[in-house]
Design a binder for this molecule. Structure first.
Ligand SMILES: [Zn+2]
Length: 304
């Protein structure tokens, strides 16, 4: 069974062939069918109906707001099911939208992701990561000259040495380590909330396979050795642009040695306790909610 996690499920056609035609992209932005999603401080505009949704602006509404028409700042996301071209733009001030007659405001990306549809969380992830990458890559990392965006924002080219730069995605392995009816959960220095434990995780190194990264990270954080590894699913995590690669990893030993630099605690939990935690009924354990792949890794093991 494949899971559509929060921040995946984007059903836009990213329009690869269209991206190679810069003039066509500009024309699409001028068309009446264009839809624009604005962001402020990397948070999306949301329409506050009873069920919140992304606050796409029509081309007419966008014109009324007199926002920057500098096309180099406009990012192309793709075509929706009606073949409307969809764009994203980060604005540099919190604009007043009331005169558009719609209930619009900016909402924290992570908070709103639990309330909008799967498809929209995917669009949010794509737009947020791409805006952030374009903002942070104004200059060439090879020769330090300015760069300009091309292909709707999925490539930047150096004006000095012509080097083409592409958005990066940082792979992270995240694994539920288990042995028989117990699993290993840890508490990092960053998330020391009482009773909050999650799956072990870490960035992949260069020149490393997923399996090697799982074995290394588990050994570093818990001292445990891993036998069989099974891939479960993956989740884009746009903070700023990670890809969480979820696995189940079977431990071959049980003695935990904690890496105190990174973790405040790592320990074994019985399946019964984990099931209680998934139902929010445990007195000693809190686990991540369904927004995070960790929740689904834990759940699929606990109910297996
Ligand atoms: Zn350069």
């Amino acid at each position: 069974m494949s899971i559509i996690h929060t921040f995946s499920g984007n059903n836009l056609d990213r329009g690869d062939s269209t991206r190679h035609d810069e003039k066509k992209l500009e024309k699409l932005f001028e068309s009446r069918k264009a839809k624009i999603l604005t962001f402020y401080e990397l948070n999306p505009l949301i329409e506050n109906f009873e069920i919140p949704q992304l606050g796409w602006l029509t081309k007419d509404e966008f014109a009324k707001l007199k926002l920057s028409e500098d096309f180099s700042k406009i990012l192309f996301l793709g075509f929706d099911r009606d073949q409307s071209p969809c764009f994203a733009l980060e604005v540099n001030k919190n604009i007043e939208y009331k005169h558009l007659g719609r209930d619009l405001c900016y909402v924290d990306s992570r908070e709103i992701a639990t309330e909008i549809s799967e498809n929209e969380t995917g669009i949010l992830a794509q737009a947020k990561s791409n805006i952030e990458w374009n903002k942070k890559n104004k200059y060439c990392s090879s020769c330090s000259n300015p760069m300009e965006p091309f292909r709707g924002g999925i490539m930047r080219k150096c004006l000095g040495c012509n080097l083409e730069h592409f958005p990066r995605t940082d792979p992270v392995v995240i694994m539920l380590v288990y042995k028989n009816d117990r699993c290993v959960l840890g508490q990092t220095r960053l998330r020391q909330k009482s009773g909050f434990y999650s799956c072990l995780a870490g960035f992949m190194d260069q020149g490393e396979s997923i399996e090697e990264a799982v074995r290394r990270e588990v050994k570093e954080e818990s001292g445990l050795q891993i036998g069989e590894i099974k891939y479960h699913s993956s989740q884009p995590w746009p903070f700023p642009s990670s890809l969480m690669i979820g696995c189940h990893a079977e431990a071959t030993n049980e003695k935990i040695i904690i890496d105190k630099n990174e973790m405040t605690d790592v320990k074994w939990f019985a399946k019964e306790e984990v099931i209680l935690a998934l139902k929010n009924k445990s007195k000693i354990l809190n686990v991540p909610g369904p927004i995070a792949i960790a929740h689904h890794l834990i759940k699929s093991w606990a109910y297996n």
